[in-house]
Design a protein around this ligand. Structure first.
Ligand SMILES: NC(=O)c1ccc[n+]([C@@H]2O[C@H](COP(=O)([O-])OP(=O)(O)OC[C@H]3O[C@@H](n4cnc5c(N)ncnc54)[C@H](OP(=O)(O)O)[C@@H]3O)[C@@H](O)[C@H]2O)c1
Length: 340
């Protein structure tokens, strides 16, 4: 890959920091790195390849024609404000927030699944919610040969998915609770230590939360399959890293567990860890700091002939966020759709 001028908005956040780690791991050539955040982090320094990079406060004037790649990893509001400015400068903008995911003019990309959608970007490329990506990665190899008809999914999402403040919130709540005190940190809708909270984001009128609606709409967009019926229930649990979920899926034609297992085993970026005889299945702890989507407990759905059900885990900060973003940049570079 060519070396680009890369600017990260949210460079001090949990995803932004992981992205820098990945640039190292992938030995990505970087011409110049700028890190932007709010006034809270401005002035702090981060070491990158032996040099100290000072974080700057983000303003409209922060973006210049020199920025070849801009990674927005801050918030929906920041993305709405800054993405159009960066794109107007001709930068290749990758947005990690939900601001543009359902915009018909913006591709929503998981490179293993729909890298071809990068061809029609007009400056901004969006990347899916950290729960959508692993579910689609696990289902796509079956969907390609036998289209999905219906998905029911229930998630068990780690606090890291809500940013660095939420990680700290679970830490302090847990310490207080072990000391017999209930001190909600306010980082989740309820106290999260030793609890499970079936609300992530706000409720819509139909009783689903926005997180659940995102999973449904994003899956249809990525797979170019507007008719898949999807019902999601998203639950925050007191794990620090690693999102888990259980998926029930029905396809146009019946699929056996053995067939599904063979197809999933061929998928790039997905690994089966599935052997009930030796009690092998993945857990959130197994994926911390890794990039694969692990799938286990794959079996026939006993409530629906021809349907399947399985468990999957992935690190929301890695393949759910920073890894996918770096892969989007690499795929765009390989296709020559980043302005020089
Ligand atoms: N965590 C995940 O698993 C995950 C997965 C997929 C997508 N995302 C998305 O990725 C983005 C970042 O999430 P995160 O988990 O890294 O959050 P985080 O740890 O809270 O970090 C957020 C970063 O964004 C900066 N920021 C916030 N508002 C800003 C603004 N208006 N202008 C400039 N910088 C601003 C913060 O600056 P300060 O350092 O100055 O506070 C901080 O550096 C969010 O859009 C989130 O929805 C996260």
């Amino acid at each position: 890959m060519d070396a680009y001028n890369i600017t990260v908005v949210g460079g001090a956040g949990i995803v932004g920091r992981e992205f820098l780690k990945l640039l190292e791991e992938h030995k990505t050539p970087v011409k110049r790195l700028r890190l932007l955040a709010t006034a809270r982090s401005a002035g702090k320094t981060v070491d990158f390849r032996g040099e100290s990079v000072t974080i700057e406060e983000t303003t409209d004037a922060s973006f210049t024609r020199d920025d070849e790649v801009v990674f927005l990893s801050a918030s929906g509001a920041a993305s709405k404000q800054f993405a159009p400015i960066a794109a107007a400068n001709g930068s290749f903008v990758v947005d990690d927030s939900s601001a543009y995911r359902m915009d018909p003019a913006v591709p929503l990309v998981i490179p293993e699944i729909n890298a071809d959608d990068l061809a029609w970007h007009t400056g901004i490329v969006s990347q899916p919610n950290c729960t959508t990506t692993p579910m689609v990665m696990a289902l796509a190899p079956i969907h390609r040969v036998n289209p999905l008809k219906r998905i029911v999914v229930s998630t068990y999402q780690a606090v890291a998915g809500a940013g660095s403040a939420a990680v700290q919130g679970l830490r302090t709540e847990s310490a207080a609770a072990l000391d017999g005190r209930h001190e909600p940190s306010g980082t989740q809708k309820r106290e999260i230590a030793f609890n499970a909270v079936p609300q992530i984001d706000l409720f819509a009128e139909d009783g689903y939360t926005k997180e659940e609606i995102k999973m449904a709409n994003e899956t249809r967009k990525i797979l170019h399959a507007p008719d898949i019926a999807i019902s999601a229930t998203c639950v925050r649990v007191p794990t620090f890293f690693g999102h888990a979920m259980n998926v029930w899926a029905e396809f146009e034609r019946p699929v056996s567990a053995a067939e599904a297992r063979d197809l999933v085993a061929t998928a790039k970026g997905v690994r089966l860890v599935d052997d009930p005889a030796s009690e092998q299945y993945p857990t959130p702890m197994d994926v911390v700091g890794t990039d694969e989507v692990l799938v286990g407990r794959l079996r026939g759905d006993s409530s629906l002939a021809g349907g399947i059900t399985f468990w999957t885990v992935t690190d929301s900060i890695r393949k759910g966020a920073a890894t996918n973003v770096l892969q989007v940049i690499e795929a765009a570079a390989a296709r020559g759709v980043i302005r020089r």
